[in-house]
Design a binder for this molecule. Structure first.
Ligand code: GLA
Length: 352
């Protein structure tokens, strides 16, 4: 059995993939066995598509239409094409991993250089989105099935939830709607467009995302799905809120994808791993129940990392994390077994 087969009737099972994974035959074998969706961990982020050297050397030439490069993304596009595993495009518009120079007059790296006007930034945004989508759709038709068009535009605060980013400062609050208009204009019709965010199940954040981001997009038919990153923490994340959020986004008629799942747990012993397994069991029950009860169209459930020792969380949290289904030597953890049990129970009750 494998993860993707177990959940095949309901949703894709995905993982993020690093450059290192692509070089490792064992990782590729696991990839083909367990996953029906892959997300490139880093190399398809704006800083990799935007050709810093070309733009900064010849700013006049690329003033409105930034020079792009595809050599970082290519190995991931090739791997997706060769294995036949569908690729989630991640991500077009983000405040992070995007050079500040992209927003400056003359693509200047000077900290004090002025930001470009709204008109110029809109042109840069349009040409960048157009360039990326046209490249992948021409050279890798059908390989990318969904794009995170905008990532993390909102912060979790009671007051003004808009994140203060250079996108916001140059274009204004409608940068999200503008990005989706361009994505819709240039994306192949079958490609699904997502808004993606972390802690999107915290009530305070969800209550901001819905009226400020999703409803305006829905009104224009620009968004197909909500990406819930799902970076959870043992003892902190409220899974009742998580369940409500899956159903609330689902009730808007949007697809729901869990796009970057991991659960921060620092105890690799039996106790810690049992808590991890219980949390995974619960969230997978949330996804399968939502599908069964028609409360949300969950279309992909994606892990952020293939095995524990490769997880970004250890660096980010500055303590060793054991957040995934597979251990350092690819061993199946209790959490893996728990997730597979959810599929078995679900399949035996509902498919026959
Ligand atoms: C966010 C981004 C991901 C990744 C993680 C940390 O969630 O969306 O691309 O950078 O942070 O690894």
């Amino acid at each position: 059995m494998s993860l993707k087969k177990a959940f095949e009737p309901y949703f894709k099972i995905g993982t993020s993939v690093s450059w290192k994974n692509l070089q490792n035959p064992k990782a590729m074998e696991e990839l083909k066995k367990h996953y029906s969706s892959i997300t490139c961990e880093n190399n398809m982020k704006p800083m990799f598509f935007l050709d810093e050297e070309a733009n900064c050397t010849e700013p006049e030439k690329y003033h409105l239409a930034p020079a792009l490069r595809f050599e970082y993304a290519k190995p991931f596009l090739d791997a997706a094409k060769e294995t036949g595993i569908a690729l989630r495009g991640h991500t077009l518009v983000w405040h992070n991993q995007t050079g500040d120079w992209f927003f400056k007059e003359n693509y200047s790296k000077d900290e004090n250089a002025p930001l470009v006007s709204r008109e110029v930034m809109l042109a840069r945004m349009e040409n960048y989105i157009k360039g990326v989508l046209e490249y992948v759709q021409t050279n890798y038709p059908g390989v990318i099935y969904a794009w995170d068009v905008v990532n993390e535009a909102v912060e979790e605060t009671e007051k003004d939830g808009w994140r203060d980013s250079l996108w916001l400062q140059t274009i204004g609050r409608d940068f999200v709607v503008q990005a989706f208009r361009f994505a819709r204009k240039y994306a192949d019709p079958e490609v699904k467009l997502f808004y993606n965010d972390y802690n999107a199940f915290w009530p305070v954040k969800m209550n901001y995302i819905i009226p400020n981001i999703l409803e305006p997009l829905c009104k224009e038919g620009l968004v197909d799905g909500m990406g819930m990153q799902t970076h959870l923490v043992r003892g902190e994340s409220n899974l009742d809120d998580y369940e409500k959020a899956v159903e609330t986004y689902g009730a808007m008629g949007l697809e729901v994808q869990a796009t970057e799942i991991d659960i921060h747990v620092t105890d690799p012993g039996e106790g810690g791993m049992q808590v991890l397994a219980d949390m995974y069991r619960r969230i997978f029950e949330i996804y399968t129940n939502a599908c069964r009860e028609g409360k949300a169209k969950v279309t992909a459930v994606v892990f952020w990392g293939m095995k524990d020792d490769e997880s970004w969380l250890t660096g980010f949290r500055k303590e060793r994390s054991y957040p995934l289904l597979f251990g350092d030597n690819w061993e199946e953890k209790e959490a893996y077994k728990a997730v597979m049990e959810v599929a078995e129970e679900f399949n035996s009750t509902h498919l026959h």
